[in-house]
Design a protein around this ligand. Sequence first.
Ligand SMILES: NC(=O)C1=CN([C@@H]2O[C@H](COP(=O)(O)OP(=O)(O)OC[C@H]3O[C@@H](n4cnc5c(N)ncnc54)[C@H](OP(=O)(O)O)[C@@H]3O)[C@@H](O)[C@H]2O)C=CC1
Ligand SMILES: O=C(CO)COP(=O)(O)O
Length: 337
Amino acid sequence: MSEKIAVLGAGSWGSILANLLDENGNEVSLWSYNPKQVKELNEKHTNTHYMKDFTYSETLIAYSDLKQALTGATTVLFVVPTKAVRSVAGDVKQVLEELQTKPQLIHASKGIEQGTYKRVSEILAEEIPAELRKSITVLSGPSHAEDVAKRDITLVTAASTDADAAKHVQQLFMNRYFRVYTNSDVIGVEIAAALKNIIALGTGALNGLGYGDNAKAALMTRGLAEISRLGASFGANPQTFTGLAGVGDIIVTGTSENSRNYRAGDELGKGQSLQEVIDTMGMVIEGVATTKAAYELAKQRGVEMPITGAIYQVLYEGKDIRTAISDLMMREGRSEF
Ligand SMILES: NC(=O)C1=CN([C@@H]2O[C@H](COP(=O)(O)OP(=O)(O)OC[C@H]3O[C@@H](n4cnc5c(N)ncnc54)[C@H](OP(=O)(O)O)[C@@H]3O)[C@@H](O)[C@H]2O)C=CC1
Ligand SMILES: O=C(CO)COP(=O)(O)O
């Protein structure tokens, strides 16, 4: 199967997914709003700021013009940070109206929108009306761009309410090192994907403070418990949280130096301020915004999320991390399930 695919967002994940789709025999256009980055990708086949020591396929073409990137595309993959999804989708809508095409949409972003608490597929559905697109599928799971760049084994899930669309996305991405499952639980996959970044900030902070494996395993397990509670309040399938988008992504993000969220937490634990961490990362740390959205959402829905609450207090209210940990530990004893 070969298609014309437009990938929107040329950061670490968008550029590596674009390269994988090119490697799978598709005609891929990679869009970035940064003309300097587009020039580097087309002339040197590198993307140094986001993916050091990686050479991209020479057949992968980058564009800074959205219309050029979208022309002829039967699939559009969004991989911009969550805070940029609505504006990019709005621009895509205008171009699709001009082009009179109706592509399927995929997204691989992990976050919840500030203020609206919308999942990324909801934002896409709002901004790009049904008459301008086909299905929407979410691609998610434990997948650091750095490992995929090395063609290391990676398993992810493609979630859509349209079973044929999920199968189609599975076929587009699958290869000898990238295995894709299908899933019908879009809500669960998106909630798990977004909220694991909060937990990775937490395990990173534990690391920075010198805590050991027990503490990190505890945080990941109880973190997943509260993520599942929020998911259940939206009707998510509980099994999703035991799968690739749930346990899988908590493990990969909550234990790895490749994770920007884990690294950010680590620096916070070592005493840097949040602003210093954001300024030095140079890439998106989705968990920072998602902590605020999830904290407010949990309050709105009456879902108990003590870890998210503690991380919110550290990030947004200046609470000392050690005090936040101690307060969590000294909560009244309770039954695990
Ligand atoms: N990296 C990974 O391994 C994985 C990432 N993800 C998810 O993918 C999404 C993208 O992450 P990732 O590629 O890592 O992020 P990066 O920070 O590496 O790259 C994001 C890209 O989007 C660009 N961008 C930022 N704002 C806008 C905007 N308003 N309009 C258009 N482009 C914009 C950035 O440009 P600039 O920097 O110049 O602002 C940059 O090129 C996130 O939601 C992340 O959680 C999911 C799985 C794995
Ligand atoms: O989602 C990811 C891996 O699955 C990447 O996580 P970070 O955004 O923390 O790097």
